[in-house]
Design a protein around this ligand. Sequence first.
Ligand SMILES: C[S@@+](CC[C@H](N)C(=O)[O-])C[C@H]1O[C@@H](n2cnc3c(N)ncnc32)[C@H](O)[C@@H]1O
Length: 255
Amino acid sequence: MSTTDHDQLLGQVRDRYAAAAISVNDRTAASCCENSCCDVDAGEGFGAALYTLDDQAELPDAARLASLGCGNPTAVAALRDGETVLDLGSGGGIDVLLSARRVGPTGKVYGLDMTDEMLHLARRNADAAGATNVEFLKGRIEAIPLPDASVDVIISNCVINLSVDKPAVLAEMHRVLRPGGRIGISDVVAEDRLSPAQRQERGSYVGCIAGALSRSEYRDGLAAVGFDDIAIEFTHQVADGLHGAIVRTSKPRPR
Ligand SMILES: C[S@@+](CC[C@H](N)C(=O)[O-])C[C@H]1O[C@@H](n2cnc3c(N)ncnc32)[C@H](O)[C@@H]1O
């Protein structure tokens, strides 16, 4: 893919999710024109319905309605008191707010997003929730604005498929995690039988389908930057051969 193609896709992703953030103010739920940001309006594979009712009850309405994910990464990451958590592509802040409760006042949760409108919505939701142990950072997940080895847990919900430079994202995750740190990600993942062209036939890039990695590509990419104990589990189908999936792995401690 050329740099121009990268820049065009990045612009489309930013525009789509800016529109989704604005729609939370104007309507009752995040939604994108043409049904094409992680496709909440289209079916059951995306959005707040993937959270338990108890989780949903912990959240301000606008955070719940802004949910555009494909799973519940906070449920798989087993967060503990005092941990530092980073949410890649934090959107309206749903997983940041749920994580903030899990890590308690001695913990800290960072949300990272590149879209101003999403950051504005997330900060407003954090105020409404009275969350004091959260911070939303502006930036790209391909260049995380945090120091080396500064985070215990990385979560992310339906964002890595949108990146135009996935090897950079995986390398950055490894850099900012402490040795022994872990990852719990929800993402759209393709079956190995689907070529990149077949993924494109099944849905758009901004709709979280065309840019999905296959299970083997995900596993190989994580292993290539040094992750260990990699597990990728399909949870629900979102298109023919494409699934909501949970990706778990950890950064080895030095021997
Ligand atoms: C599908 S939404 C998911 C939002 C949130 N994780 C959730 O579950 O509701 C994708 C989010 O990732 C952000 N995003 C997409 N690509 C990004 C990138 N390369 N760097 C930073 N943020 C990105 C978008 O602005 C948007 O807020």
